[in-house]
Design a protein around this ligand. Structure first.
Ligand code: DX5
Ligand code: ZN
Length: 223
C-alpha cells in the first residue's frame, strides 16, 4: 500500500485555517487529520462540526476525523453531514464498539478504530476485520506536540503481523498518530504504518514544504 500523509490541523494557525488546509493538500497530503476532543475522553476541547463544515470546501482530500470523544456514535450522522469521509473512534470510548463501527459504515464513511498507548492490540481481535483502519496512538491523546512513545511501535508491528496472517494487509490501513517528526518517521514506517499523522511537524513551519519533505521520505522508504 502506498504511504499517506495526514497533517493534523490541531497544530495549524486557526486564524487562517482554510489556507493552511489548502497548503497541505496542494503539497500532496492525501488525508486531512481532524482531531475532535470533547473535554471528557481527553482533557482538551478542540472543535466540532461547524469548523469541519467550513473547511470542507477548501479541498476534496479525505477528511480523516479522529474522535477523541466519549460514545462517538452519538455524532456519527452529524460528522458525515459536516463532511467526514473516515471516522475513527477509540476502542476505550465505545461501550458497543461493533454497533458504532457498523453505524459509521452504514452512513457511508470508512471506519477506523484507535487504541491508546496502554491498550493492547488484542482488544481488537473480534473487530479487526470489520474496520478500514487501525490507529495506534503513539502519545496519550489530548494534546499536540508531545514526544512519541517508542514502545507503541511494537504494537504497530503486531497489527501488521495480524493483518498479514488474515491476508488483509491491502485492505486495512495502519495509522500512527502523535509525536511523529521527519527525524523519527522511519520508525513508524519500518514498523508497518502506512498512514502517518503529523501535526507540529507539518504546521509548525511552512506546511507545504514540510508536507513535501514527508512525501520525499516516504518515497525514499518505499524505494
Ligand atoms: C493528539 C492528536 C494528534 C496530534 C498530533 O491527541 O490526536 O493528532 O494533533 O500532533 P503532533 O504531531 O504534534 O504530535
Ligand atoms: Zn489525532
Amino acid at each position: 500500500m502506498r504511504t499517506i500523509l495526514a497533517p493534523s490541523i490541531l497544530a495549524a494557525d486557526f486564524k487562517r485555517l482554510g489556507q493552511q488546509v489548502s497548503e497541505a493538500a496542494d503539497a500532496g497530503a492525501e488525508y486531512i487529520h481532524i482531531d475532535v476532543m470533547d473535554g471528557m475522553f481527553v482533557p482538551s476541547i478542540s472543535f466540532g462540526m461547524p469548523v469541519i463544515k467550513s473547511i470542507r470546501s477548501c479541498t476534496d482530500k479525505v477528511f480523516d476525523v479522529h474522535m477523541m470523544v466519549e460514545e462517538p456514535g452519538r455524532y456519527a450522522g452529524a460528522m458525515k453531514e459536516a463532511g467526514a469521509d473516515l471516522l475513527c473512534v477509540h476502542q476505550e470510548a465505545c461501550c458497543h464498539l461493533d454497533r458504532t463501527i457498523h453505524q459509521i459504515r452504514e452512513l457511508g464513511m470508512k471506519a477506523g478504530v484507535a487504541l491508546n498507548p496502554a491498550t493492547p492490540v488484542s482488544m481488537l481481535d473480534c473487530i479487526l476485520e470489520q474496520v478500514d483502519m487501525v490507529l495506534i496512538m503513539s502519545v496519550n491523546p489530548g494534546f499536540g506536540g508531545q514526544k512519541l512513545l517508542p514502545y507503541t511501535m511494537e504494537k504497530v508491528r503486531q497489527v501488521r503481523d495480524r493483518l498479514r496472517e488474515l491476508g488483509k494487509e491491502e485492505q486495512i490501513r495502519i495509522q500512527v498518530d502523535g509525536g511523529v517528526t521527519l527525524g523519527n518517521v522511519d520508525q513508524a514506517l519500518e514498523a508497518g504504518a502506512n498512514v502517518i499523522v503529523a501535526g507540529s511537524a507539518v504546521f509548525g513551519g511552512d506546511a507545504g514544504a514540510n508536507t513535501r519533505e514527508f512525501l520525499r521520505k516516504f518515497e525514499e522508504f518505499n524505494g
